[in-house]
Design a protein around this ligand. Structure first.
Ligand SMILES: [Zn+2]
Ligand SMILES: [Zn+2]
Length: 153
């Protein structure tokens, strides 16, 4: 971040002093979280938490980007607004940036007990819970069916 010209001396210290933590390993949607505590005087930065899988070699590039994303939050941009997105876009490794959906899907596949199956396009969506007729295929607007994961392999 320093190389990207985004850190003043005070900010650098803030990031070095922020405790890092890990998320529960069964989290799939959230890859990183910046946690705050609300005081009367304002917000205090508590921790930046990353998904534990991002600390493995396989996901280093994407993990570094997620950390960068959380550090932008830590520096005070709390919402994903246009300014946040333009800062985020400074990250040089675009290939890493695009790995988010792949990461989510990898985690979901590993933890899935059910496959939500679209009878129209034959799309398969791994999930922890049954769809129970509550979800539709985005493309087809058809109710997704539940298949136990074991029978789909
Ligand atoms: Zn964010
Ligand atoms: Zn479909």
């Amino acid at each position: 971040m320093n190389d990207l010209g985004m850190l003043g001396p005070g900010n650098q210290e803030l990031l070095f002093n922020t405790p890092l933590g890990v998320l529960r390993k069964n989290a799939t949607q959230r890859h990183g979280v910046t946690r705050w505590k609300r005081h009367q005087e304002g917000l205090e930065l508590l921790t930046v938490d990353l998904h534990p899988r991002l600390l493995t070699e396989e996901w280093t590039d994407y993990g570094t980007f997620v950390m960068f994303h959380e550090f932008i939050h830590a520096l005070g941009w709390r919402a994903h607004d246009a300014e946040f997105r333009s800062l985020e876009a400074r990250w040089p490794n675009k290939q890493a940036v695009s790995q988010g959906p792949l990461f989510t899907n990898t985690l979901r596949l590993e933890q899935a007990k059910w496959i939500w199956y679209c009878p129209s396009c034959e799309g398969k969506f791994p999930r922890k819970r049954r769809a129970n007729g509550r979800f539709q295929c985005r493309g087809c607007k058809v109710n997704l069916l539940d298949m136990p994961r074991s029978s789909s392999r």
